[in-house]
Structures are given as structure tokens and as C-alpha cells.
Design a protein around this ligand. Sequence first.
Ligand SMILES: C[S@@+](CC[C@H](N)C(=O)[O-])C[C@H]1O[C@@H](n2cnc3c(N)ncnc32)[C@H](O)[C@@H]1O
Length: 250
Amino acid sequence: MSSKATVFQQHARGIAGVRPAGEAALCRRCAEDPFVLSLVPENPPWDVPHRLLASVQFLILGGEAADYRVEPDPWSAFLDILHAHEDRVVDFVRRGPIQTNEVQRCFALLPLFLTVARTTGRPLDLLELGVSGGLNLFWDRYRYRYREGTWGDRDAGLALTGEEAAPVPGALLTEEVRVVRRRGIDLEPVDAAADAGFRLLASFFGADARRVDRLTRAVSAMGDERPELLRGYYLDLLPGLLADAATLSS
Ligand SMILES: C[S@@+](CC[C@H](N)C(=O)[O-])C[C@H]1O[C@@H](n2cnc3c(N)ncnc32)[C@H](O)[C@@H]1O
């Protein structure tokens, strides 16, 4: 089996039971289809299937293609989209980074932020590496439900729950935090509040309505505020930004 086919097979195994039904089967068929495999580069990175599916979803969200999932023969409809938009698909697959700005990650991050706040007793100056649209920089605007308690505004538009391997201590959830700055670095930052940016981010969530809903609520939680998104390679920019952070806190 070619390495191109292998990444699709591996992706199918990785998403089984996690992503909406049908997506893993679609990836298995992609692994066997010469036309689909012709669209991806030789020795493709692991995320190529993710990009290919996102490229099709991007066209669907923009009204440029019909949703193949609701067609009588979804596989044929999927292939038709790839044929009709071959150049766009190839460009999307080969060029852009994957843009999964997933605020569910804040469910795991919050206890760490609270621990830093408690330990230092100082406000937080946030700097995210690989920030995408910056939605995780607004973690303090969301509501969280853990086994031993809750944190955040009870009227927040986005509430996060999840599994805890060990319970987050209830005492930690009494901690109050002040965020003084929200910055991030990305090779290709995304304006999540703009139509084009939202469409790009949503395209990576495919038909997963729960993830798209989280995305919508997270964008709304920003209100009129925007994170400071810096374009660049994070190892190049980080030293200067850390020096700036030291100035802020001194
Ligand atoms: C999978 S997204 C994750 C976005 C966000 N951190 C989250 O958890 O929701 C990874 C992001 O990292 C960015 N990225 C990857 N390597 C980078 C680098 N060396 N310098 C800056 N950004 C990078 C990509 O452009 C992409 O937006």
C-alpha cells in the first residue's frame, strides 16, 4: 500500500467512534481511489486526510458545493465535488496548516491557569504558540463544570464539561483570575470573527454540529474584543515577546 493510502487508512482508524459516522468509511474509500490519491502530495504528512475533508467542507459552507452527505450516493457526490473543484482542493490540501481552534481544550487548561494564578498571586499575561484564531485566549469568559464544582460566569454563552482522570480540586475552583493581555503567534493567524475566518475554522469541524456550536459560542464570547495575533514562526518571535512580558510584569 502507498504511503498516500496509508495516511487515509490511519486517519480512518484514528477517527472511528470520535468523528461523525460515515467519515471513517469515507477515508477508507479515499485510500483506495486513484483520483483522490492523485490530489495529495507524495509522502504526505499525517494531517492530509484532515485537510482534504476540510477543503470539501469549506466549499460546502461557502455554498459552492452541495452537501454530499445528504445525496442518495454520498461517495459519488463527494467525488464529483473533488472533480469540479480540483485546483482549489489541491491548493487547500498542500498549502494551509490545519486550523482546529478547539476551545474544548480549555477544559483541561483551566486548572493549570488557576494554579498559576494561585501560585503567583498575579494577573495573567497570555501568550499562545500556534494560536490560530485565538479563541482559547478567552478561556476566562467560559463556564466550566467539573465533578467537584464549577468556575466562571453562570450566564456565559459557552459551558464546557468533560472527563476528569482525577478530579479538579473544588478549592482550586474558588480562585479568581484577571487576564491583562491576550496574545498569540501563528504562521497563518485567523480572524475568527470575520466570515472568511469563521468558515475556515468551521470547515475543519466537518459535520460535527457540537464543535461548530462551540466555535460559534466562543466567537460570540469575544464580544468586541480581539486577541493580538502576530504572524510568524513562534521560535523567532518568542524571545522578543517574552522580554516584553517581563516589562509588563515588572
Ligand atoms: C491545530 S492548530 C491549534 C490551534 C490552537 N492552539 C488550539 O488549540 O485550538 C495549530 C496551529 O499552530 C500553527 N503553527 C504550527 N507551527 C507553527 C510555528 N512553528 N509557528 C507558528 N505557528 C505555528 C498553525 O498555523 C495552526 O494554526
